[in-house]
Design a protein around this ligand. Structure first.
Ligand SMILES: Cc1cc2nc3c(=O)[nH]c(=O)nc-3n(C[C@H](O)[C@H](O)[C@H](O)COP(=O)(O)OP(=O)(O)OC[C@H]3O[C@@H](n4cnc5c(N)ncnc54)[C@H](O)[C@@H]3O)c2cc1C
Length: 462
């Protein structure tokens, strides 16, 4: 190990490595503070060439390398294990926007670019990069692609996977694959970039990406709605999509308990009304405001909408979105949360919620379900909070019981145990339980082929 550490120091230079425990500490704990790791060194390369040398050195030494972006992931994929023998590869200094091409509607960003900065860079040429989520001020494009992140605009633009034209990747032996093409059409052979998107650093290190930009969607109208239940929300979504077509940019369902937590823990959040369920909707483009207003009037008549608050200005719209984006932070402050990021077919969403609540109440009466999500994509964050002060050992037992209820129902309804957060370490056992033997075998075949020494993010995903 000592020889490797000396090599790594030489590769990245004096400013590019850290062993100081107080500096390392936030990098060794994931956002939810559930998993804690150890490392002898964190390296922060500035160039793709340095990444390649680091990967080569770790591969030669047979030492695991854990890539880390903004460390906002929810499945502990970006922290090393507890052995103290894995190197942490922090990509924050690899953060240049290499190119913005307004005519080609494309942008090339290095992996460590913060998502909010990528969105701003697109705006400077009057273009739009649609990936957007609560953690966008901290998460990085490399992390977004590696988790195939979703966020609030998937309903119109798709997930991170749909927004990528090409990638630059360092393979497990240190070879650099420059796949930064910006073509819209390319059917020449396998679409290799897709292997690295969503693979959470287990097949290669993404060092840069060519991203798709879109025309500016135009003025956005934001409305917060009170709806009676999730069934009404799903019907309303269908009606709004019919009326406004692809002008619906976002459609989020939020349960009242999530909003209660936000109001308890986040200062200056005010809601215009109280409701068992809220919907937050964004519509943009040609006369979206008039069309949305008309569709919501129809919703009031047919009972899918109980109350509406259309934001009068940007500040009010931001206020509504702040409430939505603060849910994860409010949950963290509330205490022990058992998180699930699931998806089911949209038509089964209501059934999932009704049965989920019944079964959870029977199996773990002390659990409080906290529900919110990108309902337009069939994606729910179905979390359960447990009271503080549980006896030692009981928390683990209740966590397992809660997840068994949730994932059991997901399987019955033909859903997925991870809609957008990935697998990391926290969901590994559930992946095994939910994927078929054929799928697991194909995944292992790919891992063995691309990382035969198992040095890229070992112990994650599979
Ligand atoms: C408040 C909040 C809201 C969120 N909302 C959403 C949401 O709406 N939708 C959503 O999808 N997620 C959401 N997330 C989760 C998280 O932000 C995303 O998963 C994000 O994409 C992770 O990016 P990151 O840079 O923080 O990655 P990290 O957490 O650092 O890493 C995530 C995984 O990718 C790997 N990785 C990181 N960089 C690279 C690289 N360059 N090459 C190879 N592997 C790499 C890591 O090893 C790890 O396995 C939210 C998080 C927070 C805190």
């Amino acid at each position: 190990m000592d020889v490797l550490l000396q090599q790594l120091k030489c590769i990245v230079g004096d400013d590019g490595w850290q062993t100081d425990p107080s500096v390392l500490e936030p990098h060794l704990t994931e956002w939810r503070n559930v998993v804690h790791g150890r490392t002898p060194m964190m390296v922060s390369p500035e160039t793709t060439g340095q990444v390649a040398e680091i990967v080569r050195a770790c591969s030669a030494a047979g030492v695991g390398l854990v890539p880390q972006g903004g460390n906002t992931g929810m499945c502990a994929g970006a922290v090393p294990d507890a052995s103290g023998e894995q190197i942490l590869l922090n990509l924050s200094r690899l953060n240049r926007i290499r190119n913005v091409d307004a005519e080609n509607f494309s942008l090339v960003a290095e992996a460590g670019c913060v998502l909010a900065d990528v969105r701003s860079a697109a705006r400077t040429v009057s273009r739009y990069f649609p990936l957007s989520m609560g953690g966008e001020g901290s998460c990085q494009i490399g992390g977004n692609l590696s988790t195939n992140a979703g966020g609030i605009n998937v309903i119109r633009y798709g997930t991170a996977r749909d927004l990528v034209l090409g990638v630059e990747v360092v393979l497990a032996d240190g070879t650099v694959w420059n796949g930064l093409r910006t073509l819209r059409k390319d059917t020449a052979g396998y679409d290799l970039k897709q292997l690295f998107i969503g693979s959470e650093g287990t097949l290669g290190i993404i060092t840069a990406a060519a991203l798709r930009l879109f025309p500016d969607p135009g003025e956005t109208v934001t409305a917060l709605l009170a709806v009676p239940d999730a069934l009404a929300a799903v019907t309303l979504l269908g009606n709004l999509r019919h009326a406004l077509q692809d002008r619906i940019q976002a459609f989020e369902l939020i349960g009242s308990r999530a909003m209660e937590y936000v109001q308890r823990h986040i200062p200056d959040v005010r809601l215009p009304f109280a409701s068992p369920w809220y919907v937050l909707v964004d519509a943009a483009g040609g006369s979206a405001a008039e069309s949305l207003q008309a569709a919501l009037m129809d919703g009031m008549r047919d009972g899918t909408v109980v109350d509406t608050a259309i934001a009068k200005n940007e500040a009010e719209a931001e206020g509504f979105w702040r409430a939505r984006h603060s849910i994860s932070e409010a949950e963290r402050r509330e205490g022990i949360g058992v998180k699930h990021d699931i998806s089911v077919p949209i038509a089964s969403m209501h059934e999932f919620l009704v049965k989920g609540e019944e079964r959870l109440a029977r199996a773990v009466p002390e659990a409080e379900p906290v529900v919110f999500g990108h309902v337009g994509d069939g994606n729910l964050h179905y979390n359960a909070h447990l009271p503080a002060g549980l006896e030692p050992g009981r928390e683990g037992e209740l966590r397992t019981r809660i997840s068994q209820v949730v994932y059991g129902l997901v399987a019955e309804l033909d859903g997925s145990v991870s809609a957008e957060h990935g697998i990391g370490v926290l969901k590994k056992e559930w992946l095994e339980a939910h994927k078929s033997g054929v799928e697991m075998r194909l995944m292992r075949t790919l891992k063995d082929a691309l990382d035969p020494k198992n040095t890229l993010n070992p112990g994650k995903v599979i």
